[in-house]
Design a protein around this ligand. Sequence first.
Ligand code: C2E
Ligand code: MG
Ligand code: MG
Ligand code: MG
Length: 282
Amino acid sequence: YHAKQRGERYCVFESHLGARVGERLRMAARLARALEADGLSLYFQPQVDLASGRLVGAEALCRWFDEELGAVSPAEFIPLAEERGLINRLGAWVIDAGCRQLAEWRTRGLGFSGRLALNVSSAQFDDDQLPTLLLEALARHGVPAERLALELTESGFMNDPDHAVAMTRRLKEAGLALHIDDFGTGYSSLAYLKRFAADKIKIDISFVREMLSDPNDSAIVTTIIAMADSLGLSALAEGVETQAQAEALLALGCPEGQGYLYAPPLPAAAFVRDWLAPGADA
Ligand code: C2E
Ligand code: MG
Ligand code: MG
Ligand code: MG
């Protein structure tokens, strides 16, 4: 009886696992189709100067709405794309869509003078074709490289540091900026941080969230800002949700922020209306 019960449990467990794998495969197939059918979109989240609240840039965040699955979070479909070998295609789509959007804003005379930051997975960063892909997309849409930044996490740099240093140099020479995403959650070494010549460090949301209540988080934020400053890097705090956080960050010398206090990621039309259209600044 006992063995049978265990056997049954095992079966239940196995079929549950099987269902989960099947679900992921189905999702990956639908994602591949969405990539072919232009079924993804980009949202735009403002990045602001904390002192004035003015727009200094924006982050492009990928969105996928599937007819059957509904809105799938990038926290789910980006890792899936990485696993299933779709990330380079997805990344190429993001690069093209980002450049196309910049070109459209320019054509419409909307003054976007900051950089649009595109998230780049480490698999993309490891690909020697990345600079060519970026430069071709910029040229195709007639957008200068000075309008783009790439956001890469520490692991993206640390997979293969020598390759990353060379890649960084090529991208920076071409005029792109490099931002280190989710800083403080990875394992980058300070020595490499200097060699990478990144432009900006994005302080991870997890430290900002509790910085006013948890002395450890406050100490980490303080240290990251001081370190960025002494390495000549800019700093941007992610996930700024309250005025109190913004003020504390400013007092610590963090020049820039991004978060729900200012705006969530917005569809292009809302981003233009609230942040780019003449008078949006008033
Ligand atoms: P990330 O690059 O660190 O992006 C920041 C995430 O924080 C976004 O989640 C954004 O919506 C969210 N966020 C912004 N402000 C706040 C705030 O004040 N409070 C809170 N709680 N959250 C805030 P999202 O859009 O779900 O993206 C999740 C992750 O998916 C991104 O983290 C990035 O790693 C990845 N991702 C998104 N789009 C792309 C893409 O085009 N390519 C690649 N490779 N990864 C992407
Ligand atoms: Mg990012
Ligand atoms: Mg981040
Ligand atoms: Mg992240």
